[in-house]
Write a protein that binds this ligand. Structure first.
Ligand SMILES: Cc1cc2nc3c(=O)[nH]c(=O)nc-3n(C[C@H](O)[C@H](O)[C@H](O)COP(=O)(O)OP(=O)(O)OC[C@H]3O[C@@H](n4cnc5c(N)ncnc54)[C@H](O)[C@@H]3O)c2cc1C
Length: 415
């Protein structure tokens, strides 16, 4: 049998797996169905390449969703520090943004691909482009060990296969979910893929009027049928049909399943650092001291201009009303709107627009130290293909790099 590692997919997980396996002495072939490597990686961080997040491995685990702990052993070997050091040794320094996002100092995601490709070439990885792997071949013995991959009518022999085909989002980049079917046929469980880190659609007719408005540092409270679902804090952006921006994108990770049951009630606290009682006392003082001012001016002091007509409507108070004439009940309604602007979210935008795919290969069927399949010996599962999805800020690329790095290490041992 060919003593070779075949890596399927030339994204961040596949490139690091291929380079690392080759560095460890394996003969490596990387098969990519697109004409170029890392098409999605080149788009990350708005083209700046937000490759990880500052902090230690444990902090990464905390931002990788419910299955973050699965990656703990791998992250303890190849975490954010090791990733930054890896690129540094490839002459690619990194910078840390004030919010903790780590970017290459070039602020150019293409340079990540160039560095990874250079790493692979230096260690003798062979690339095969425009080749779509259709299935993974296993031998007919009881062990069902991996023996190669099928590309059209060609069988390519391998001792180990690293599958790094990504998820289902942004299919034009080559990530069309091929890996799910390949491993399902081999007996793996696929947790239903859903859109994650994606804008959400709102039912409220006033939302399109606010298109382009961003709100900094608000708190989002999501609930359904009276049950609290999730809370996120950060910046949001109104789109033509709903909400986007970092906090809304992160919230979409929590709501994917809930939308299958129905709509979700969202309350936006516009002033999360001011308790309702303090805000009410503040407003009361302002009303006493500036009785001839209007409600509109009071609201403009606390919310962006374009949001004020919405707040007036919701509070049911004409903007021109003088503060001296505002009743205690009206004052409480103003506070309630500022502390809980209400929207009805209907769904996420389609998965093709999502930044990540939730779901994927069930983590309990994968060995967490090595990414080896617990079902098919010789098969390694990495990156977004796995049922691990993180928040915005570099966590997903770190997960892809980490899983690729360990898979490359163990696949090389196998070969
Ligand atoms: C617009 C956008 C911005 C993002 N920004 C960030 C960010 O700033 N920070 C961050 O951490 N994450 C970001 N992400 C998420 C991140 O890009 C992904 O999580 C990451 O690329 C997943 O890496 P991967 O190697 O598992 O898969 P992918 O990058 O999806 O790569 C999979 C590769 O496999 C190839 N392939 C698929 N099927 C086959 C087949 N059958 N045969 C051969 N090849 C195949 C594909 O062509 C592709 O090249 C962003 C995503 C998007 C869409």
């Amino acid at each position: 049998m060919t003593q070779r590692v075949v890596v399927v997919g030339g994204g961040p997980a596949g490139l690091l797996a291929a380079g690392h396996a080759a560095e460890r002495g394996a003969q490596v072939l990387l098969i990519e169905k697109m004409p170029r490597l890392g098409i999605k990686l080149r788009m990350t961080g708005h083209g700046h390449g937000n490759m990880t997040h500052a902090g230690d491995a444990e902090q990464i685990v905390q931002h990788l969703g419910p299955n973050g702990p699965f990656l703990r052993p791998a992250l303890s070997r190849f975490g954010p520090r090791e990733l930054i050091a890896f690129f540094q040794t490839r002459d690619l320094a990194s910078i840390i943004e004030p919010d903790g996002r780590v970017l290459p100092a070039t602020r150019n995601a293409h340079t990540l691909v160039t560095a990874l490709r250079g790493y692979c070439l230096e260690h003798g990885v062979t690339f095969r482009y425009r080749s779509q792997v259709d299935c993974i071949q296993t031998d007919r013995s009881d062990a069902r060990r991996v023996c190669g991959v099928q590309v059209g009518t060609t069988m390519i022999g391998a001792t180990a296969v690293v599958l790094a085909t990504g998820g289902l989002s942004y299919p034009a980049t080559g990530s069309t979910g091929d890996g799910y079917e390949m491993v399902r046929r081999l007996g793996h469980t696929i947790v239903q893929p859903r859109a994650g880190l994606v804008a959400m659609v709102a039912a409220d007719t006033w939302v399109p009027d606010l298109t382009g408005l961003s709100l900094a540092d608000v708190t989002l409270y999501a609930s359904q049928a009276g049950r609290d679902l999730a809370t996120r804090r950060g910046d949001i952006l109104f789109t033509r049909d709903g909400l986007s921006g970092p906090a809304a994108l992160n919230l979409s990770l929590d709501l994917a399943e809930a939308f299958e049951r129905g709509s979700v009630r969202l309350c936006i606290d516009l002033l999360p650092d001011t308790a309702a009682e303090i805000l009410e006392a503040d407003i009361q003082r302002e009303m006493q001291e500036h009785g001839s001012a209007t409600c509109r001016s009071l609201l403009r002091g606390r919310a962006p201009r374009s949001l004020v007509p919405v707040l007036e409507r919701m509070a049911g108070i004409p903007g021109a009303k003088k503060l001296a004439q505002v009743s205690a009940a009206e004052r409480r309604r103003i506070v309630a709107c500022l502390k809980g602007l209400e929207l009805r979210l209907l769904a996420t935008r389609p998965i093709s627009e999502a930044m990540v795919t939730l779901g994927g290969v069930a983590c309990d069927e994968v060995e967490p130290h090595s990414m080896a399949s617990r079902i098919i010996p010789g098969l390694y599962l990495t990156g977004e293909l796995l049922d691990v999805a993180g928040e915005t800020g570099g966590y997903n690329l770190q997960a892809a790099f980490t899983s690729g790095w360990v898979a490359g290490y163990y696949a090389a041992q196998q070969a």
